[in-house]
Write a new protein. Structure first.
Lengths: 363, 268
């Protein structure tokens, strides 16, 4: 039984789709937000945004742009978790919530195993900056942790000491940073893993600079754990459809990318947007804006809203209720996932396509 | 000659792209042609004539009577002449300006003076984040000219500054002078966290510095001849900046995590 509601009252899916199309089609500048969906859902959403001449954004934008802006302004050395497991003799973790963001991180990296494809496989050395509580998997392994009061300054100190530059720190402090610098400089193939809420864009650029410095004398690469809700897959889909990542708008009839203007929350709070479509099929996430505007929500079952949207249609989870293509951290690429518990729940992509069919395509 | 005046009729209900309303693009156009210039950023068409009461005058001297925080790209690519906004402006005012002057009596949004390479931008109110900074993947920020902000600026003022001078007479948000390549940033009010983070070269002068990162090393107190010359240059535009530069200043060199050839000064 498909769950759909109009103004809080149970409704048939055809009526809900029709009402959604009316709301979005009447808007001057609608936004499609959330975008927690598979590749098909992202494709349908971006095509709908183009038809509506609206904009689109992802719920994980803040984390996405923390990495993406460094990638496109400074460059990054990137590897995959599998490459790191097979080659890395040094693992540099940065951030205290890495295993919360990606619970299978340590299982995938197998830090206790020797790097199989290293020329001379030896026990891995592990450094964790801003560790908080160290995961139990690392007990008994050669581990150096650093819990600095300010992660940004700590990364700057590590980078300065790796390059043998002077710093204004006490002898005791400098000794600790020198110990870390020595391990990094002696790595044959190191891998840095970063992410979570405690590392911001400039700190990531500092970390990238550290990797660039290390690559003058050895090999060092890394990967971000990134954001959830298929954020990387949606960014890639947006890239091949429009040439731009998320936060792109079609207001003038062609895609324009502007991370400031097309921030969904800013668009809505400023009154520039007058209706929104929220898509969240992986999690029961709800919109983060305060302003009350007409809202159509395609969401996971049992999602709780502070304010009932005009239209709610419950959709299935890709890879669980239905087959789906999405970005997989394990391989660093888009993969096809078969449904693990196939159900009749509708696909977000199918609902969005049906909404689009009912909107006049003439622009 | 009297200035060319765009008087705001009503606040726009969408963001507008005012990049076409600069001297070199309106010079030689009739009143009707200018009134027909499209400024909309959504599917609802809005022309200059819909938004403004237009008073024909000298295209080298443009005045906006009444502003809006939805006015984006005011003075985009200005080469010469002057633009005055009597009110607020939105994103990226004076972006890619290479000469002339832009003056705003109110406050402006983010990316003011982005990639500015010449001329003078003066903001009498506050500026948003990323003053003078590059946009979306560009490699360099401001590369010449002057920006004066009489109020405060947001985060990352002078990000990737390449050349030129920014004076903020109020306070600055976090990371002032982040990733600076060269040029000068002066802040007369209080500054947010970690000035000069990732700076390679360039000069930051802070009247009221926060704690400085440990990758900046002390070089002692100086009264540099160049600071006196520079103070004389800035005196007509900012007496406060001139006064700060004439004081004995402590010099810290950094960011030693990056190239380390930059400097942060503050009163000794």
């Amino acid at each position: 039984m498909v769950e759909a509601r109009i103004d809080g009252k149970p409704a048939g899916i055809d009526a809900a789709v029709k009402r959604a199309a009316e709301i979005l089609g009447a808007a001057r500048f609608p936004v499609i937000a959330g975008l927690g969906t598979d590749v098909a859902g992202a494709r349908a959403s971006i095509a709908l945004a183009e038809r509506l001449r609206g904009a689109y954004d992802h719920l994980g934008s803040k984390r996405i742009f923390a990495d993406l802006d460094v990638l496109r302004q400074a460059g990054q050395f990137l590897t995959t978790p599998n490459e790191a497991r097979l080659h890395a003799d040094v693992l540099l973790f940065v951030g205290r919530d890495l295993t919360r963001v990606w619970p299978k991180l340590l299982e995938r990296l197998a830090p206790a195993e020797k790097p199989e494809l290293a020329l001379e496989p030896t026990a891995r050395k592990i450094i964790w900056i801003d560790a908080g509580a160290v995961p139990a998997e690392l007990n008994g392994l050669p581990l150096v942790t650093l819990d600095a009061p300010d992660l940004r300054s700590a990364l700057a100190l590590v980078r300065a000491r790796v390059a043998g530059k002077p710093v204004a720190a006490s002898g005791e402090e400098t000794k600790k940073f020198d110990e870390i610098a020595k391990i990094l400089n002696e790595a044959k193939f190191g891998a840095a893993i970063w992410g979570g809420e405690t590392i911001d864009q400039l700190a990531i650029e500092m970390l990238y600079g550290l990797l660039a410095d290390l690559n003058k004398t050895t090999r060092f690469s890394g990967f971000p754990v990134g954001a959830g809700d298929n954020s990387a897959g949606v960014v890639l889909t947006s890239g091949w459809m429009t040439g731009f990542p998320i936060r792109t708008g079609f207001g003038r009839g062609y895609p324009e990318h502007d991370p400031w203007r097309f921030d969904a929350i800013r668009l809505i709070e400023s009154g520039e947007t007058d209706a929104a479509l929220w898509v969240s099929s992986y999690s029961q996430s709800t919109p983060q804006w305060e302003k009350d505007i007409p809202l159509v929500a395609l969401v996971a079952p049992k999602t709780k809203f502070g304010r009932e949207p005009q239209v709610v249609i419950e959709v299935g989870c890709p890879g669980v209720d239905h087959d789906g293509a999405e970005f997989a951290r394990d391989t660093g690429s888009i993969i096809a996932r078969a449904a693990s518990n196939s159900s009749g729940a509708p696909l977000a992509s199918a609902i969005i396509a049906r909404i689009a069919e009912q909107i006049d395509g003439a622009v | 000659m009297k200035p060319f005046v765009f008087a705001l009729k009503r606040q726009p209900d969408q963001r507008l792209d005012l990049a076409p309303l600069v001297p070199h693009l309106i010079a030689g156009k009739s009143a009707a042609e200018i009134a027909a210039i499209q400024l909309q950023t959504t599917r609802e068409k809005l022309t200059a004539g819909d938004i403004f009461e237009i008073e024909h005058g000298d295209a080298q001297s443009i005045r906006f009577e009444g502003g809006s925080e939805r006015f984006d790209n005011v003075g985009h690519g200005l080469k010469s002449g002057s633009i005055v906004v009597n009110g607020n402006a939105g994103k990226a005012i004076a972006r890619f300006m290479s000469g002339g002057s832009v003056t705003v009596t109110g406050s402006v949004g983010p990316f003011a003076g982005s990639a500015l390479s010449g001329g003078i931008l003066e903001i009498e109110g506050d500026a948003g984040d990323f003053l003078g900074a590059p946009i979306n993947g560009e490699m360099e920020g401001m590369s010449g000219g002057f920006i004066f902000v009489r109020g405060s600026a947001g985060e990352r003022a002078g990000d990737r500054l390449r050349r030129g001078t920014i004076v903020i007479e109020g306070g600055a948000g976090d990371y002032p002078g982040s990733r600076m390549i060269a040029g000068t940033l002066i802040v007369l009010g209080s500054s947010g966290a970690l000035p000069g983070y990732l700076m390679r070269r360039g000069t930051i002068v802070l009247a009221r510095p926060p704690a400085i990162a440990p990758t900046f090393v002390d070089c002692g107190v100086h009264q540099l001849t160049f600071a006196r010359v520079f103070a004389r240059l800035l005196e007509p535009q900012s007496a406060g900046a001139a006064e700060l530069l004439l004081r004995p200043l402590r010099r810290l060199a950094g960011d030693t995590a990056a190239l380390g050839k930059g400097e942060v000064f503050f009163p000794a």
